[in-house]
Design a protein around this ligand. Sequence first.
Ligand code: BG6
Length: 511
Amino acid sequence: MEPGLTNPLNQGLGLRRSADPCTIVIFGASGDLTKRKLIPALYSLARKNLLASGFSIVGAARTPMRHDEFRETMCKANKRFTDAGLVHDIMWQNFAEGLFYNTTDTKSKESYEQLRQLLDEIDKKRGTLGNRLFFIATPPNMFTGVIQRLHELGLNKSPDGGWTRIVIEKPFGLDLASAKQLNREVLKVFAENQVYRIDHYLGKETVQNIMVFRFANGIFEPLWNRHYIDHVQITAAESIGVESRGEYYEQSGAFRDMIQNHVMQLLALVAMEPPVSLDTDAVRNEKIKVLQAIRPFSPADVDRYAVRGQYSPGGTALTQLKGYRQELNINPHSTTETYAALKLFIDNWRWANVPFYLRSGKRLDKRVTEIAIQFKKAPHRLFKDNAGGPLESNILVLQIQPDEGISLSFNSKIPGQFINIRPVNMAFRYAESFSQKSPEAYARLLLDAMLGDSSLYARGDMVEKTWELLTPVLEAWQQFTQEIPQYEPGSWGPREADELLERDQRRWRQP
Ligand code: BG6
């Protein structure tokens, strides 16, 4: 966070903040992210009056397009991807007056020169004061090309005392070496406090609530350690397949796509120590300490700690589902994993010997992201003769999505003459407790970037640390000669993932 700014959590203001007038330049503007997420998020900020008048957007991509064509495409996309009924014609017209397009190709210096001229014109006409936010949403192999061109044209600094910041979409590298290289390239051109490495999970309301739940309540934190917790499971499951993103996904796979970023961020929030304040660096320092304490994997360990899998064809007679290898733009012999699970230990005072099990996959039984904290069993087995069998452990579930909430299961006597016990649930649901809808993750994060608040963005050292930990797993998988395990669509992943927990006398939850 830049000097002078205080994290909004401190101020308790949530989204009730408004940004300086500025122009956001979206590189990769003809892609899916712009249509599905960025434009609807920016439009929702405009609707809530959180953008300054004069706020402008420049779409930048190789596809030649005129300003009006871009406006029309974005209008259609916004209608499709914004919640039904929320697009008001007049409001959209106002918003669309600030939409521009510049055909931009890293191979052509002139196209960047034109972009610079357009930005200067917008500053003059719309009063954006030289404040610029560059959002890089191109395919990853173009990241450094864009950054170098911005540098060549001096666009890494703003004219007239304005600010310039850059948001970089994931994936931030493909392994440790490439992440370090990308960090070096970016930091040659921009200062760290100009750089915003986005992880949209950090913008989710339920993810922000993890810290509030842990540190704004007195009763959970005393139990939050190896004395009371048996293990932790983090699940980020999707029911969809790879859809139209085959080209990207082949290079990525579930481990890079979800575990290295989103799931590791969840892990850090669950396992970190309380920060001394909510200042950006105080929080980020605690998060990186967790990563530093994770026991590294040696390639020889990988089989015991990590599992990969790929979805096979399946479905029912009515709904035949393609296997991963039959999807568009996928190599029919691909060994890219669509499922990954990992067991890890955090070697510190709080978590010594408490396993953390992480998993993520596509085409699983359902879409659900949750963190389940499983507590140790009661120390004395008073009710060992329970008719319903051995008692269940208490489980605290932080439900990130969908059906956002928190629940705690505990054992209760079933009413009746005999002692018969089964688990019941105490549950909090956002939808029941709060009337307002949670802001979209991208809206929250884009506004933060405009405000110069990088608390909910990943710091460079953290990204490198996750790659350092996880790259040995990817390298070991590359050397594997055996077939990648397959799993049925609609299941909970390959058999090998169950075995990972069965070896520890545990089992995955079925959310
Ligand atoms: C993205 C991944 O970062 O997150 C996608 O690239 C995945 O593969 C998506 O589908 C999941 O995000 P969410 O917000 O729907 O959980």
